[in-house]
Design a binder for this molecule. Structure first.
Ligand code: SF4
Ligand code: SF4
Length: 245
């Protein structure tokens, strides 16, 4: 039986999620036994006519991105958005919070007319996305879980509870009690609360949980000396589009 054909594509991003895959080390060989990688710009020159699974990194931010993502979608049986930029717009979407002309001027100066640019969108705003792997960068265990599930014909597990849940399960001391800010109460889990576990606060890279208890989160932050205004500002780093809507 032939192995599933897998392709990786990058759109607007730092390409950290792609590099993460090249860092799979021991798992990379096991992965290559399960699938045929047929396109992956960072690792090979080959091209393919169709893909069983296409992983998309990065957000959509130019007219040519739109054309290209439609072409990939037509050729892919299953399309997976990979990382914060592809899933929710990520850091790139912070540009949507400023006037477009000002952003172009700041980045390109006099050459701004050479770079067609538009408000950043997640991949799901343009084409159908079948599965999502969140995080900045993507979570490697989650990537392997999704890939193995798809190869075995199973539906991968999706996470939609707050990071605080995983943080409590790890018996971490809450960083709010140490005087730090934390977006764990409103951020989707699945990362095993890696930042609070190592003494950092959660910056919300996995996106906002779908059933946010806004008043509870605001009240809790207030109790620790933080305002809702500050929370919104910080949450915008990875979630400008969700917060804007
Ligand atoms: S450290 Fe952050 S994620 Fe952990 S329990 Fe406290 S608020 Fe939640
Ligand atoms: S703890 Fe928060 S910032 Fe850290 S990886 Fe998890 S979701 Fe991202």
């Amino acid at each position: 039986m032939s192995k599933p054909k897998v392709a990786f594509f990058d759109f607007t991003s730092c390409e950290g999620c792609q590099l993460n895959k090249l860092n799979l080390e021991n798992d990379l060989l096991a992965l290559l036994e399960l699938v045929d990688i047929v396109e992956f710009r960072e690792a090979m020159d080959d091209k393919a006519d169709y893909y069983d699974i296409a992983f998309i990194e990065g957000s959509i931010s130019t007219p040519s991105c739109i054309e290209r993502i439609h072409t990939i979608r037509r050729k892919a049986k299953v399309l997976v958005a990979l990382g914060a930029c592809a899933v929710q717009g990520g850091v790139n979407a912070m540009k949507n919070l400023h006037p477009a002309e000002w952003v172009k001027e700041e980045v390109y100066g006099d050459d701004k007319y050479l770079f067609p640019s538009m408000p950043v969108q997640p991949v799901s705003a343009v084409v159908k996305v079948d599965y999502e792997i969140r995080g900045c960068p993507m979570s490697t265990p989650e990537f392997l879980h999704v890939l193995k599930s798809l190869v075995l014909g199973r539906k991968p597990e999706a996470f939609d509870q707050a990071v605080c849940v995983e943080c409590k399960l790890k018996e971490n001391e809450c960083v709010l009690d140490k005087g730090m800010f934390c977006l764990g109460p409103v951020t989707r889990s699945g990362c095993d609360a890696i930042c609070p576990t190592f003494g950092q606060y959660c910056t919300g890279c996995r996106g906002v949980v779908s059933n946010v208890n806004e008043s509870g989160a605001v009240e809790m932050l207030k109790r620790h000396g933080f305002s809702a205004k500050e929370a919104i500002k910080r949450i915008q780093m990875f979630n400008a589009i969700e917060i804007d809507n």
